[in-house]
Design a protein around this ligand. Structure first.
Ligand code: NAI
Length: 778
């Protein structure tokens, strides 16, 4: 293209970035990579080729790790961990800071290598991936520095296994490695098989930073290596990738005691109201769905546009699509680069070709010959239930449907099994701030999209996974309370054969929807005291009762919208009513458990209620100063409906300890009472009845924990499941939770001191952080 032609067309001329330095680095490394274990590269072994998706050219050969390699990496990480943790936060901060500096120094090399390996435009790797990776290390250098001061009583988890995808290879590495190292953990990380090169360059950076050997270990290979890491003796698995693999990891780690965070897929809504600045919303869409060729977990891939402006919006969008520049990713003028691999390209093509609904518009631009290119695509006129409106395409394909009212927009937006991110576009601040809290998403962008920062947590709800990366909440996933818990022994029911003290039928029922309910199966069992006296009968709940209780809890969603002040009032009222009957409950607890600490347990239960009543209007969110013209509001939201198997050993306090924080944060609960000592819970119904607790907010079942664990944990309308049962059910509960990837919190057969309280832990488990990015200021 001549300068004259450029002047005539006002088009962009080619501006290629040089690949020389990156290619030279590959040559220096011998074009063949082993793993990075215990501070050194291993000899390259059998493996696979890593190719440039824009050209098909082979960049390097990567080694497929064997079990021996993974074992060696885990062993190195284990050996290095205690010393790394003992170095202390400020000591570790120096290393993180050094890594950040080196990432900055070698920014161009990283950006070019990333673009060569992944196919993303150099503009993105240079201006987004690499700077955000640096930012993550700087931010977490600060977190390491402050750890002892701001997180007293927290310790490192130990060795973290980290498995990352190919869409943001270096950035996902930074999201995983920086917080783990900051908190004193060591890591074994596996990059995705398509894109291992920047992780291997990062290994080189660790050496340059003088990082103690074994602190960072990188093994390469495919999903089979991922499975080996999941099965290894590690203390945590952090995974980012597809929902199907995330589910398998949930099942594989169930009951293992390994901490788990999953950052999975999405089908994020991009909502455009009729008063929006439509041109800005269209530019936003370019960033939402054509950023990184749409291979972004939080891509705004589902356009919901208000009917009144849909026609003009689509027309303008199509015109904009035709102006997108697609081509050599190393060209600094390119908007859309290459899809990561021919396999991914075939998946995208297959999904679009299989679709017969709506109207397909593909950008009217010539695709470069060779290489994995797919044209920017828009499919309009889809119905909410169409496959492409529901399934993640993970390519540059936007699907669209219309809505009429804000309520319909929310309904359509939430009509998804995913809940990662959402974008709201409107000039009306009241509307934006009305809609944002109603969206099932971990991140909401107002009049902006795809904004990320180390200070703002990122992660989803529903089948988009659980746990957050970044911000304060991200740190919790890399620490544990100090101290070692003792094993929890199963607590047995007493047996007996005596007749009841009086002839009145005392079969306690279940408590569902604010009413006492007979168990569906009609079965009950006798409950004996320590000396063999018959204390009463208790109903045995079954699968159907679980369903009824969850339904009742779902129906009480208004509790989540009640003010913290109101929730506090009701918790105080429960405490007051329990207090009025303290003597009676204490006496009864002594008879039920045969222990003599009934009075202490009642008093602790009252205190627990007071504590969470106090918290109900004080567990505030945060305002993050993120580097945009605006703020990110980290709002604590209720998780939803929480099901819990309550502690056997503390029948009243265990139940209250679960119920109080859950209610304080706006959740509804389905509680399965202590199995051996259920009568403490059934007596408690009357306290609830007299305390203005709305029906359905608290539901209590009695029966066998072993029988109720799977129906409860597997229920698809439950948002979280907790188990403090003394029956070893952690594995069953976590495995059953994999269905809808609900959050789980289990005791792993370890004892908890119910008389001690850790509000921070309970409040965090009972809430979900939503980061709402709001433009603010000039
Ligand atoms: P994937 O989920 O299979 O791969 C992600 C990572 O997990 C890779 O490092 C892979 O080697 C590893 N892995 C695969 N199977 C594993 C197993 N059984 N145990 C442990 N680790 C395992 O994603 P894939 O196949 O690369 O992409 C398929 C689809 O997944 C995409 O089309 C997209 O829809 C989705 N995806 C979502 C991502 C996100 O950020 N949420 C990222 C990448 C893919």
């Amino acid at each position: 293209m001549t300068v004259k032609e450029l002047f005539d067309s006002m088009d962009y001329g080619p501006a290629p970035e040089s690949a020389a330095e990156a290619l030279a680095w590959l040559v220096d490394m011998g074009d063949r990579f082993g793993h990075f274990i215990d501070g050194a590269f291993t000899a390259p072994g059998a493996g696979f080729e890593s190719k440039n998706p824009a050209t098909g050219e082979v960049l390097a050969t990567i080694t497929q790790a064997t079990q021996t390699d993974v074992d060696a990496a885990v062993k190195a990480a284990r050996k290095a961990q205690p010393k790394w943790e003992k170095l202390g936060g400020p000591g570790r901060a120096r290393y993180l800071y050094a890594i950040a500096r080196l990432l900055q120094k070698h920014a161009r090399l990283f950006a070019v290598l990333e673009t060569l390996d992944n196919g993303k435009p150099i503009r993105e790797s240079r201006d987004i991936d690499v700077p955000l990776a640096q930012r993550h290390f700087y931010y977490h250098a600060g977190m390491a520095q402050l750890m002892e001061e701001v997180l007293p009583g927290r310790a490192a988890l130990g060795v973290c296994g980290q498995i990352i995808p190919w869409n943001f290879p270096l950035l996902m590495l930074a999201w995983k490695v920086a917080p783990a190292l900051a908190m004193g953990n060591t890591v074994v990380l596996k990059p995705a098989e398509y894109t291992s090169l920047t992780a291997l360059l990062f290994a080189d950076i660790c050496t340059q930073a003088g990082l103690p050997r074994g602190v960072v270990n990188i093994v390469t290979g495919d999903g089979a290596v991922g499975e080996m890491i999941v099965a290894a003796e590690v203390d945590k698995i952090a995974f980012t990738g597809s929902t199907s693999v995330g589910r398998r990891i949930r099942e594989a780690t169930a009951g293992s005691g390994k901490a788990l965070t999953l950052e999975l897929g999405g089908k994020s809504p991009y909502i455009v109201f009729d008063d929006a600045d439509l041109d800005s919303a269209i530019e936003g869409l370019v960033d939402a769905i054509w950023f990184n060729q749409g291979q972004v977990c939080c891509a705004g891939s589902r356009l919901l546009v208000q009917e009144s402006v849909a026609e003009t919006f689509h027309a303008r969008l199509i015109a904009r699509m035709d102006k997108l520049r697609i081509g050599n990713p190393l060209d600094k003028c390119i908007d859309v680069g290459a899809v990561v691999d021919p396999v991914q390209l075939a998946t995208i093509r297959g999904m679009v070709e299989a679709n017969t609904a709506g109207q397909v518009h593909q950008a009217d631009i010539a695709l470069p010959a060779g290489g994995c290119y797919y044209p920017p695509t828009l499919i309009t006129g889809l119905a909410p239930s169409d496959r492409l409106m529901q399934e993640e395409i993970f390519g540059p394909v936007l699907v669209s449907c219309t809505f009429r009212t804000p309520a319909e927009a929310v309904e359509l937006a939430n009509n998804s099994r995913y809940g990662l991110a959402a974008t709201v576009w409107t000039e009306n601040v009241n509307l934006a701030l009305d809609i944002a809290p109603k969206l099932a998403a971990g991140v909401v962008w107002v009049n902006a999209t795809n904004l990320f920062d180390a200070a703002a947590g990122f992660g989803g709800v529903r089948e988009s996974g659980f746990g957050r990366e970044g911000g304060w909440e991200g740190l919790a996933a890399y620490t544990r309370p100090v101290g070692k818990a003792k094993a929890l022994k199963p607590v047995e029911s007493f047996s007996g054969s005596g007749a009841p003290a009086d002839p009145i039928d005392r079969t306690a029922k279940l408590y569902v929807g604010g009413k006492q309910a007979r168990p569906d199966g009609g079965y009950s069992r006798p409950v004996w005291g320590k000396g063999g006296a018959l204390l009463g009968h208790v109903g045995l709940a079954n699968r159907k009762d679980v369903r009824n209780a969850v339904e009742a809890a779902q129906g009480a969603a208004a509790w989540g919208r009640a003010t913290g002040h109101l929730r506090a009032q009701i918790l105080y009222y429960i405490a007051e009513n329990l207090s009025a009957r303290a003597g009676e409950f204490a006496h009864r607890l002594d008879a039920i458990t045969g222990a003599r600490h009934g009075a202490r347990e009642v008093e602790a239960s009252i205190q627990r209620l007071f504590t969470y009543a106090a918290w109900a209007d004080k567990y505030d969110g945060r305002v993050h100063s993120v580097p945009i013209r605006g703020v990110a509001l980290a709002m604590n939201e209720p998780v939803g409906v929480i099901g819990a198997l309550c502690a056997d050993e503390a029948p009243l306090l265990g139940l209250v300890s679960v119920m109080a924080p859950a209610l304080a944060m706006g959740n509804r609960v389905v509680l399965v009472a202590s199995e051996p000592f259920p009568l403490a819970a059934t007596d408690f119904y009357q306290v609830l009845d007299t305390s203005d607790v709305p029906g359905g907010v608290v539901n209590i079942l009695t029966g066998s924990h072993a029988e109720l664990a799977a129906p409860l944990a597997g229920h698809l309308n439950l948002d979280a499941v907790w188990s403090f049962s003394s029956t070893p059910l952690s594995k069953a509960v976590e495995a059953a939770s994999a269905g809808n990837l609900k959050r789980s919190w289990v005791n792993n057969a370890l004892a908890r001191d119910w008389f001690a309280n850790d509000s921070a832990e309970w409040l965090a488990q009972a809430s979900e952080v939503k980061n709402i990015w709001v433009p603010y200021g000039e």
